[in-house]
Design a protein around this ligand. Structure first.
Ligand SMILES: [Zn+2]
Length: 304
């Protein structure tokens, strides 16, 4: 038998290893594939949401709105992600120190590849020495006029009132979500041009000096806010799963505004309590009511 050396002109060759062959499984993740599994995805592909505040409630809401199929998200937050808030935030250690807008954009692009995300990085009302830097008011006026829904997760009554004024002027509906110290529940409000605004809700709160009565936020008066090391502001204490219920309730309210295929909500203020009357935890008891515009509110509501 002839050797390899002889057949190859004196060179030594080794037999070629057989090339491994693998079958790759194909997956489908086009808009049509996702829409087949959803009652609202197709409706939402041409809808846009301006979401302000990317903390606990806002980060959960943003990712879920993308998953549901909202075609365009504009996310506003000035802050950087602190991993110590990981007990109640959608982001994780990989995002430590990154702008929340940047890190959440990346997360949403993986979770919802058909959602376009825009992330202006600014702090509402920030100083503009010599007129330099973005005019946040002009940006909001233009964006709110062009978007289908404003989603407020700022947990700041002053900012909520400001956004509500802009939304009312632009005829744009707005959802506002909030929770409070102790995370015993939360509140979801829908402001519409022909319905109540944020100032109406504030008047209803003033009407109820007893802060344990509707529509005040359920909170734990025994629990103090804390300022952990490295945190620039006082922050609340509570669980992560209870606020998630409020965030997803806010998403439901948003979808009810955005999707013709989804039922319309007949309430405009919902207070969710995560404890029953003896303090036992419950998945959520919701007291929903439809409030008329408040007689003391001076906002320019549109005629219904
Ligand atoms: Zn009002």
């Amino acid at each position: 038998m002839a050797s390899n050396k002889k057949r190859n002109g004196g060179r030594t060759t080794q037999p070629k290893p057989s090339t491994p062959r693998r079958l790759l499984r194909g997956f489908r993740a086009g808009p049509g594939d996702l829409a087949q599994r959803s009652t609202v995805f197709a409706d939402l592909q041409d809808r846009s949401v301006l979401l302000i505040g990317l903390g606990n409630l806002g980060s959960t809401s943003a990712v879920q709105l993308g998953r549901e199929g909202v075609g365009a998200l504009s996310l506003v937050d000035f802050d950087y992600y602190d991993p110590a808030t990981g007990v109640r935030h959608q982001l994780d250690l990989r995002a430590a120190g990154l702008p929340k807008t940047q890190a959440l954009t990346e997360q949403i692009q993986w979770a919802a590849p058909h959602t376009a995300v825009e992330t202006p990085q600014f702090r509402l009302g920030m100083a503009r020495p010599n007129g330099e830097g973005p005019d946040t008011h002009d940006f909001l006026v233009d964006t709110i006029a062009a978007t289908d829904l404003v989603y407020d997760a700022t947990a700041d009554r002053g900012v909520t009132s400001y956004l509500s004024d802009l939304a009312l002027a632009a005829d744009t509906p707005m959802i506002s979500v909030a929770t409070a110290n102790g995370t015993l529940g939360g509140r979801i409000a829908r402001f519409e041009p022909t319905g109540i605004c944020s100032d109406c809700l504030d008047w209803y709160l003033i009407d109820q000096p007893d802060e344990t009565s509707w529509p005040h936020l359920p909170s734990d008066p025994e629990l103090a806010l804390v300022q952990p090391a490295g945190c620039g502001e006082l922050t609340f204490v509570g669980t992560g799963f209870e606020p998630a219920v409020i965030a997803l309730g806010g998403v439901q309210a948003a979808i009810a505004v955005l999707s013709p295929a989804y039922p319309t909500a007949d309430w405009n203020v919902a207070v969710v309590t995560m404890r029953d009357s003896d303090g036992s935890p419950i998945p959520g008891n919701t007291d929903n009511r439809r409030l008329p515009t408040h007689t003391s509110c001076s906002a320019a509501h549109k005629p219904s």
